[in-house]
Design a protein around this ligand. Structure first.
Ligand SMILES: [Fe+2]
Ligand SMILES: [Fe+2]
Length: 184
């Protein structure tokens, strides 16, 4: 186990949760009635997904991946491109909600959902297992120090706040315990 990979997987958990909430609120047709909350959710995704998670991957994690595992060079180039696409999709979804264009919000919002679900899956299935098995411990430490410096401006309790926000917005948009009612 490498802490540099585990932390990104933890961050993916919050991304998956909030993106699933976005998918459910769009599919149930409730976005119009919950305009303020959907706007809050999209703004959170701009902060947490783009400015925090993707920026940190690009600053601290992937430069080492490319250096130590050159077989991933093309895939990492594609990942950087996908980070930009995610940012544009979020911008489009936010513009749609500003304009109160609900069809457009549905389209752009579902683009974010599909794109991010596939992106996280690609990182976790294609890249993380190799890094987790082969990253030297001193590099793991170096990446982790980079994460800590990167996290500083976001505040000490940023993870805690992000987790609380994800649970709170889920309850406000879908009702308490929504995902507990599943098949498990
Ligand atoms: Fe990524
Ligand atoms: Fe990621």
């Amino acid at each position: 186990m490498r802490i540099s990979v585990t932390l990104l997987q933890y961050e993916h958990g919050i991304i998956r949760q909030t993106v699933d909430v976005l998918a459910e609120v769009i599919k149930s047709g409730k976005a119009k009635d919950k305009e303020a909350e959907v706007k809050e959710l999209l703004s959170f995704l701009v902060d947490y997904l783009d400015e925090f998670h993707h920026a940190k991957e690009e600053e601290c994690f992937y430069p080492h991946v490319v250096e130590l595992f050159p077989q991933f060079k093309d895939e990492v180039d594609a990942i950087y491109e996908e980070h930009e696409v995610a940012r544009r999709m979020l911008d489009d979804a936010l513009s749609a909600i500003e304009e109160e264009d609900w069809d457009s919000l549905g389209r752009h919002g579902m683009n974010v959902v599909r794109h991010m679900t596939a992106h996280v899956e690609k990182e976790e299935d294609d890249i993380f297992p190799t890094v987790d098995d082969n990253l030297p411990l001193d590099k793991d430490e170096e990446i982790n120090e980079c994460y800590q410096a990167f996290n500083l401006p976001f505040g000490e309790d940023y993870y805690q706040k992000a987790e609380m926000f994800a649970n709170d917005i889920q309850d406000r948009l879908l009702g308490k315990g929504f995902f507990d009612k599943g098949i498990f």
